[in-house]
Write a protein that binds this ligand. Structure first.
Ligand code: FAD
Ligand code: NAD
Length: 443
């Protein structure tokens, strides 16, 4: 029976982090993938999303920036073909990287036989340690007609853009879908069961985003949800809890994600899980001491994001070379909503600062008059810094801008490194750029 130091179940970003790190320490490693190499990020998440978003962004900026009379339409089928090429190339590179580093790869569904053995396509493999990196799947709703509902992954990989499109949920994925689809010419309606969108973000910035998308034709329906969906000659007919009836061409969900724990034989291996996912301790160890879990499948108390999955994977790849002796310590949180414009946050959030106003001071900085934003007609761009009253250090930031995802990473570096005003002004950078704007921000 093939025997390894480490077997990783799941060939997404979390699994890759663990496998590559462990291999770099000389471990004999195997990775098993049942569907497509690169997992959610590469195939149904940020990779296809960012290719589509680039086209939507170019479309959004075309008239303001060129002063042309009209904007050419997005050619969705050709854009989709390019997206698929990027995805296929990334997928291939993902698998090749494992093989180039001497990591064994298996394609098939892995299932535990016992705590030391798994089966893949009827073959048994054994290892000293296992890392579960099986990811998550979209949450489903149960209502009559839910068989017509698709998930966000289908939207980001769609060959054609539906003319009328309904999105369920008002979270991170919903806003990326609404921004792309509306810019590409679809009539978008977004249904949210309560009154709150993008719960963790500054409500003032979320309000700006809602107003902007609203102006561009996105119809937001709050405090309402879909109760039935039927196929008619004119398209899908939906009815909501509040009694509204509408016709649409496609319904996509973005209602959160649930850990992939089924069909893994976890009971055979003594691995416990609950609604949040696979139970792990502060060393990412499950209830079975030689089995660990990372990323979206693990019930660790951190956001289900690619940067966390990679970070956890690398932590395990390092610590599994010996008995892990130190608990995982997470860096400063940093994330972005890939909408048009974008929202991004790092460190202490505006909502957290508002809840602890004795400890934190908020500083609002308009950005629209700066060259970086003026040349892009980003006339709503703005930033909030969160400052610790005692240390006077910047401990958090939130940005609303088309390039918020870039600025937030610069700010995250300054915050993580706890740089003072003088230290930021000592940095020598190419001018003028988003990075040199930091001189003006850090005063
Ligand atoms: C639409 C969308 C957009 C996103 N955008 C962002 C973003 O911009 N930034 C960000 O940080 N995060 C983003 N995320 C979240 C990010 O994709 C996830 O946090 C990340 O993919 C988690 O990585 P993972 O390795 O834990 O799981 P996955 O990437 O889901 O990988 C798990 C892999 O395990 C395989 N697998 C499962 N069970 C088995 C089995 N029994 N045997 C063999 N293989 C198995 C699966 O096929 C899958 O390939 C996005 C998510 C979605 C859905
Ligand atoms: N840029 C990024 O970092 C990024 C992008 C996409 C996804 N992700 C990850 O993927 C995860 C899933 O994203 P998501 O947008 O699906 O989840 P989410 O948790 O961000 O949002 C889900 C939304 O659906 C709403 N909702 C729940 N039940 C509903 C119902 N019955 N009817 C209508 N609305 C309902 C919730 O109130 C919430 O607004 C995120 O939590 C994140 O971890 C990250």
């Amino acid at each position: 029976m093939p025997t390894f130091d480490l077997i990783v179940i799941g060939g997404g970003v979390g699994g890759a982090g663990a496998a590559i790190k462990a291999r770099s320490h000389g471990q004999k490693v195997a990775v098993i993938e049942q569907r497509d190499w690169g997992g959610t990020t590469v195939n149904r998440g940020s990779t296809p999303k960012k290719v589509l978003l680039a086209a939507a962004e170019a479309h959004r900026h075309f008239q303001p920036q060129t002063f042309a009379a009209t904007t050419p339409a997005i050619d969705w089928p050709r854009l989709a073909a390019y997206r698929d090429t990027v995805v296929a190339q990334t997928q291939t590179r993902f698998k090749q990287r494992f093989q180039q580093q001497g990591i064994f790869t298996y394609e098939g569904h892995a299932e535990f036989v016992d705590a030391q053995t798994i089966s893949v396509n009827g073959q048994f493999l054994t290892a000293t340690n296992f890392v579960l990196a099986t990811g998550a799947h979209p949450v489903e709703l149960a209502f009559p007609g839910n068989e017509f509902v698709q998930h966000s992954g289908s939207f980001f990989r769609s060959e054609r853009l539906p003319k009328r499109l309904t999105i369920l949920g008002a979270g991170i994925i919903a806003f990326a879908m609404a921004s792309i689809a509306s810019e590409a010419g679809a009539k978008v309606t977004l249904l949210q069961h309560d009154a709150v969108a993008l719960r963790a973000y500054d409500p003032e910035f979320v309000g700006l985003l809602l107003a902007d998308l609203g102006k561009r034709g996105v119809d937001f329906q709050f405090n309402d949800e879909l109760t039935t969906l039927t196929m008619t000659a004119n398209g899908l007919q939906g009815t909501t809890r509040q009694g509204t009836t509408f016709i649409t061409d496609a319904v996509y969900t973005a209602l959160g994600r649930a850990a992939n724990v089924g069909d893994l034989g976890l009971a055979n291996a003594g691995v416990a899980f609950n609604r949040q996912g696979i139970q792990v301790n502060s060393r990412l160890q499950t209830t079975q001491p030689n089995i660990y879990a990372v990323g979206d499948c693990a019930a660790a108390n951190v956001p289900k994001l690619a940067n966390y999955a990679i970070y956890q994977g690398k932590y395990l790849g390092d610590s599994l070379t010996a008995t892990p002796t130190f608990p995982i310590k997470y860096p400063l949180p940093v994330s972005a909503v890939f909408s048009l414009p974008r929202l991004a946050q790092a460190g202490v959030t505006v909502l957290q600062a508002q809840a602890q106003s004795a400890k934190y001071q908020l500083k609002a900085i308009p950005l629209a008059q700066w060259l970086t934003y003026q040349r892009e007609h980003d006339d709503q761009a703005r930033l909030k810094l969160i400052i610790n009253r005692q240390s006077q250090l910047v401990v958090g930031a939130e940005v609303y801008s088309y390039s918020a995802d870039e600025l937030i990473n610069y700010l995250a570096i300054l915050i993580q490194r706890q740089l003072s005003v003088a230290q930021v002004h000592e940095l020598f950078l190419a001018y003028p750029s988003t990075a040199t704007d930091l001189y003006g921000i850090w005063i």
